[in-house]
Design a protein around this ligand. Structure first.
Ligand code: MSP
Length: 661
């Protein structure tokens, strides 16, 4: 069992959380829950950064004492985190006494070792960034982030000898290749270190809002120097009882001990250069890893109040639920990269992944167990293929989660969901029931239920409430459903189970034609219309008066149909078409010849899932050029409304070239 100390950046409280700041906390919560799932001892710490001049200003604007303002904002932040189901173990505020103790202890220590010295700072300072800005960092004399003119200040400052630690930092980077991830951020930091480091100001003169320097109380600690220390303060660094620091940090360089900071890409310099040097200065071990995640944008823009690009995480959670929001952010954004949020895409993915795919699987399985076995499921033999696919999925999921590739881990789970849906489709339990093949039916129901259970275990870090609900529906005890374990992500032969069928977890959204543009936020937060999911086990009732979609006059003759030459082909290679979300380039074997074609299936399949697979194609279609590639034929796939395409599949793959009629 490893010990895993995970922190997020602490948020400035001059504004409420937006979807971007919430994204970081959701990601951290997913990582923390995953580590709990695999049995690690986890401590997730988040908090608020309060000693900023902007916070002070906002409080004054509202006629409030700054501390009273921060108290109120704490309530607002906590309410958002609660609604998003973020289960932190501790929440630190920089105005707390324990934080002051830690900051003063750390500053004092570096002062005593000679790493903090007195000087004068004369230069630019951007209050919005809370950063000293070198002349060369300005664009046309303005702060490049805020496009405002920074203040020119000349004041007594204490400086930290950052330059002294350059070589030690470079050595640490060399010895610990995973110290900063992803690699793009590591490279940025390395080039910064290679270009040389200057000492930095660590105090501000003439300000009342902040923590006084213990050796010169007329000055306060610079807000960033103050804020970084929260990670140690939350473990009572500097207090008479610092056992938490001993447990969670002091052995950070030992095996099976992890300290991970999750921060946004804009603040990696503070975390990957300044903070490690501060730790070196006090002789404490460095964190195991600093992960710099990317931006969540809206309409391609950074979330900003003035640009009107702020998405309220509460509104997003209200519309479709916190779990779908968590899934969307974790699955649709490559962790470490940037990702754009749009209401349309959120709804589309909800329908595709949840209503159509996972939700449908859960309701099919539970309704069939209800219908054919009155909910009482018997132990039965395990389907070796399905079991093997589950084991492969669990191993890949763990590998991806361990590497913080959240989106890839979820991709694995949803691939396995497809496998489980295909298993049911190919076994046709309804036919087994009709033919009274009771033993076979027991086995299919058992295996399908096991697949659902394993999927729920793997999804539990991302969709905690939905996963425990699914687990309860497939007969897992309340205690285990509330705290699942990876040990149970395997097929079992462990007795009978009571399965219950309940309402659809994610009713399908009827996505209406929108008059607003693709990315526009809905005008009102009204809950979208929903339509009931189809119960797959139920016979479809004939619709009495509805006009046929295929009136007699529109039908084609058998001769017309026979003009279309449908054939079986085997996929030899598959690769995504660059710059296209939907298109996949395939080379296929038609028995008599090989060809290239382009298929719109890239959102539903990974290339490796396709290689070796048999597909049905229209073989006599005229060539067409798509994204510069000549496509010779068309792959057949079911295309559910709002859902992902599903390739037509076969009980046993026929030889390439076989005609389909
Ligand atoms: N208070 C500092 C952090 C101090 S940590 C010792 C700060 N606060 S912040 O409120 O501006 O940002 C908090 C976190 O949210 C940062 O990691 C920041 O990068 C992240 N994000 C802010 N906007 C974001 C997006 N639009 N998308 C993703 N993350 C974003 O910086």
């Amino acid at each position: 069992m490893a010990r895993y100390y995970l922190t997020t950046a602490i948020d400035y409280v001059n504004n409420r959380p937006h979807l971007g700041t919430a994204y970081e906390k959701i990601a951290a919560d997913i990582i923390a829950r995953y580590h709990r799932l695999i049995g690690d001892d986890v401590r997730l710490v988040m908090g608020n950064d309060e000693h900023s001049q902007n916070v002070f200003k906002r409080a004054k604007e509202q006629g409030l004492d700054p501390l009273a303002y921060c108290d109120r904002m704490e309530g607002e932040f906590r309410a958002v985190w609660k609604r998003l189901d973020i289960a932190f173990d501790d929440f630190i505020r920089t105005t707390e006494p324990r934080h002051k103790v830690a900051v003063q202890a750390m500053v004092q220590r570096s002062f005593e070792t000679g790493d903090i010295y007195e000087g004068v700072y004369e230069g630019w300072y951007c209050v919005s960034c809370e950063e000293f800005k070198p002349e060369k960092g300005l664009v046309d004399g303005l702060c490049p982030v805020h496009r405002t003119k920074p203040d020119w200040i000349k004041e007594k400052n204490y400086f930290f000898k950052l330059s002294k630690y350059r070589d030690a930092l470079l050595a640490h980077y060399a010895a610990h290749p995973a110290f900063v991830e992803p690699a793009s951020r590591r490279n940025e930091m390395l080039s910064l270190l290679n270009s040389g480091l200057e000492d930095i100001s660590v105090s501000r003169a003439g300000q009342a809002w902040g923590i006084p320097l213990p050796f010169d109380p007329a000055n306060v600690v610079y807000v960033w120097y103050d804020a970084l220390i929260n990670y140690a303060a939350a473990l009572n660094y500097g207090a008479s009882d610092d056992s938490l620091f001993e447990t969670w940090w002091a052995q950070a360089d030992q095996p099976a001990r992890h300290v991970t900071h999750l921060v946004g890409k804009d603040i990696t310099r503070f975390h990957c250069v300044v903070w490690p040097a501060m730790l070196m200065s006090i002789g404490a071990p460095l964190p195991t890893q600093i992960f710099g995640h990317g931006w969540v944008t809206f309409k391609g823009e950074k979330m900003s109040k003035s640009l009107g690009t702020v998405v309220d995480p509460l509104e997003a959670a209200e519309r479709l639920g916190p779990d779908p929001l968590r899934l969307f952010l974790a699955k649709e954004i490559v962790f470490g990269g940037d990702g754009d949020f749009s209401w349309d895409r959120f709804e589309e993915k909800y329908n595709a992944d949840l209503a159509n795919n996972l939700g449908n699987l859960v309701s099919r399985v539970t309704s069939m167990v209800q219908r054919y076995r009155s909910g009482a499921l018997q132990v039965s033999s395990v389907a070796p293929d399905l079991e093997a696919r589950a084991a492969t999925c669990v191993a890949a999921y763990r590998r991806e989660m361990d590497g913080l590739h959240l989106e890839a881990a979820l991709g694995q789970v949803f691939q396995f969901t497809d496998v489980a849906n295909e298993y049911i489709a190919s076994k046709q339990p309804w036919t087994l029931a009709k033919n009274n093949q009771q033993i076979e039916l027991d086995a299919v129901l058992w295996n399908a239920t096991e697949a659902v259970r394993i999927i729920a275990v793997l999804l539990s870090p991302v969709m905690p409430t939905s996963a425990s609900e699914i687990l309860r529906r497939v007969g897992v005890s309340d205690a285990e459903a509330a705290a699942p374990s990876i040990d149970h992500a395997a097929f079992t032969i462990d007795g009978a189970r009571t399965v219950s069928q309940r309402d659809a977890l994610w009713p399908r959204l009827e996505i209406k034609e929108k008059s607003v543009s693709e990315n526009e936020a809905p005008k009102s937060p009204e809950v979208p219309a929903v339509v009931a999911p189809v119960d797959a086990a139920a016979p479809v009732a004939p619709v009495a008066a509805a006009p046929s979609l295929w009136p007699a006059e529109s039908r084609i003759s058998i001769d017309d149909f026979m003009k279309i030459d449908l054939r079986i082909a085997k996929v030899l290679t598959a690769e995504r078409v660059p710059k296209s979300k939907k298109l996949m380039k395939l080379s296929i074997d038609l028995g008599s010849e090989q060809r290239t074609l382009v298929a719109g299936i890239a959102e539903a399949y990974e290339p490796e899932q396709l290689v070796g697979r048999h597909v049905a194609i229209v073989a006599n279609l005229k060539p067409a050029t798509l994204m510069g590639i000549e496509s010779n034929g068309m792959v057949l796939a079911a295309s559910p409304d709002g859902g992902k395409p599903m390739l037509v599949s076969f009980d046993a793959p026929p030889a390439p070239g076989t005609r389909v009629r």
